[in-house]
Structures are given as structure tokens and as C-alpha cells.
Design a protein around this ligand. Structure first.
Ligand code: GUN
Length: 296
């Protein structure tokens, strides 16, 4: 079997176009412009690239972007004061604090100080609890993007066996909750899982989110399974820098029914879902109907 390629880049462009269309309608009908504040502490090069990209795409869909760059030595008190200001600013509908934070800052404390209604990352404990109990929440962007692609490809996921490899708070755990919400039978596998190859071989859906280059070989993949590769790993091969996923793409594509490539799979969906979440937060804040097809 040669896998169908799930084109995340094209899908993300479609999501952004939907967001832009609905933002334009919102401005026209109610005069409201959704606003996203992104906070970056320090100079982590990868974070700087992500934040620049988020700001650019926010403006491209017609929303307001507010960037707050703080130096690496910023105190917790100053960061919490900025979050408090953003929580109380009616022009700001979404707040994202780029992770990781410098070591002297307590990440949990900082995330949980964001107003849950503005927590477009879906990392606040209230949103985690709401998602876990099947209530309306803000859904973490990367798992939301994965779910959108799976629903688009399969229609219903009901009854499918899904394995999520990785148990992070950002991807693995919320991904498992979303798949459970869509009536999959879900296994969360991790570094201590026994017989990982056999666990993966039983899955109709494999979501790999461990951050280890090409750790899932093709012969772990059930014939016809759908593979969602969340990994974005920089490696050097043949003297060149290359981006690879957590799945060995070449061998997995020979067995899977469908697979996301790296780059051009899950990656572009993450920012598209951040924009969708900001629009959703703005609609909820103004008691307006939620955008269709952009939330779970
Ligand atoms: N760092 C890496 N991924 C993410 C993300 O999805 N949100 C935030 N806030 N920081 C990140």
C-alpha cells in the first residue's frame, strides 16, 4: 500500500482562509477585531521564529497582534503583572506565553494566571479539566489540528483503535482526550510502555509525539493505518541539516493508508488552530455564535 499524503500545509491555508473570512464578517457586523497577545521571555532562537510567525499570520487574517518581548531576567512579578494587564484588556481576546520559559520562572504558575477564557493554548488547568470532562474549553492547538485532519480524512473516528505515543501536557494527553471524545479506543504509550511495536501494530490511528527522530519504523505500522507525525526534529544527514518527524516516513508510507509529512504536515496546522482559537475566544467574549468548523 502506498499512503495518501495528508497535506497539512494546504489544510492550514484553508483554515486560515476560513478564519480570515469570519474575522472580516465579525468586523463588518459588529465592529470587533479579535486580538492576540503573544509574550516571549528571553531570546531562545526557535521561540523567536515561532513568535514572529504567529504575529505575521495573525495580521494576515485581519486580527490585531500584540507582541510583548521581555528580557531573559524578567522577574515573575513583572511577568504576572503583564498577564494581569492583558487579562483586563478588552482588546485582547487571546493570550499566549511562549514556552519554554527561563528556568527561574514557574511555568505552571504563569500559565494558570492567564484568564482561562483567553487561554488560546488551552494549557490552563481549568481548560484541561473542561476538556477532560467533555465540556466546552479552549483546546490545545497542535492536538486540535491533528483532530481536524483525522476528521477530514475519515469522517467519523468512532470505534477506531488509536495509539498516542508521548504523554506531554501540550500534545499527548490532550490528543488522547480528543480521540476519546470522538469515541476511539485510546492507548497512551510512552518510554516505559512494554512491547511498544505490538501496541502500535494494533492501531488504526497512530499519533507520534515524542520528539525523537524517526523512532517509529514502518514495520510497526498496521497496513492501512493513518499516521499523524507531530515530531519536528532537526538532524544532520549527508552533511546537510534536515527536518524529520518521529516516524520513519519512507518505510511508514509503504504501509500506512494515510500519513502526514514532516515538514508540511502537523506543523502548519498549529498556528492555524491558534488563530481559530483566538477567533473562538473573541466570539465567546462577545456572546456571539462560535465560528463553525473551527472548534471541537
Ligand atoms: N512552545 C512549543 N509549542 C508551544 C505551544 O503550542 N504553545 C506555547 N505557548 N509555547 C510552545
Amino acid at each position: 500500500m502506498v499512503a495518501e499524503v495528508i497535506d497539512g500545509k494546504a489544510f492550514a491555508a484553508k483554515v486560515r482562509a476560513q478564519v480570515a473570512d469570519q474575522v472580516a464578517k465579525l468586523k463588518e457586523q459588529s465592529g470587533i477585531t479579535p486580538g492576540l497577545a503573544v509574550v516571549l521571555v528571553g531570546e531562545d532562537p526557535a521561540s523567536q521564529v515561532y513568535v514572529r510567525s504567529k504575529g505575521k499570520q495573525t495580521v494576515e487574517v485581519g486580527m490585531n497582534s500584540y507582541e510583548h518581548k521581555l528580557d531573559a531576567e524578567t522577574s515573575e512579578e513583572d511577568l504576572l503583572a503583564l498577564i494581569d494587564k492583558l487579562n483586563n484588556d478588552p482588546a485582547v481576546h487571546g493570550i499566549l506565553v511562549q514556552l519554554p520559559l527561563p528556568k527561574h520562572l514557574n511555568e505552571d504558575l504563569v500559565i494558570n494566571s492567564i484568564d482561562p477564557a483567553k487561554d488560546v493554548d488551552g494549557f490552563h488547568i481549568s481548560n484541561v479539566g473542561l476538556l477532560g470532562t467533555g465540556q466546552k474549553s479552549m483546546v490545545p492547538c497542535t492536538p486540535l489540528g491533528c483532530l481536524m485532519m483525522l476528521r477530514d480524512y475519515h469522517g467519523s473516528l468512532s470505534g477506531m483503535d488509536a495509539v498516542v505515543i508521548g504523554r506531554s501536557n501540550i500534545v499527548g494527553k490532550p490528543m488522547a482526550q480528543l480521540l476519546l471524545g470522538d469515541s476511539c479506543t485510546v492507548t497512551i504509550a510512552h518510554s516505559r510502555t512494554k512491547d511498544l511495536p505490538d501496541v502500535v501494530r494494533r492501531a488504526d490511528i497512530v499519533v507520534a509525539a515524542v520528539g525523537r527522530p524517526e523512532m517509529v519504523p514502518g514495520d510497526w505500522i498496521k497496513e492501512g493505518a493513518t499516521v499523524i507525525d507531530v515530531g519536528i526534529n532537526r538532524i544532520e544527514r549527508d552533511g546537510k541539516n534536515k527536518l524529520v518527524g518521529d516516524v520513519d516516513y519512507a518505510s511508514a508510507a509503504e504501509r500506512a493508508g494515510a500519513i502526514t509529512p514532516v515538514p508540511g504536515g502537523v506543523g502548519p496546522m498549529t498556528i492555524a488552530c491558534l488563530l481559530a482559537n483566538t477567533l473562538t475566544a473573541c466570539c465567546r467574549a462577545n456572546s456571539l455564535p462560535e465560528p463553525e468548523g473551527l472548534t471541537v
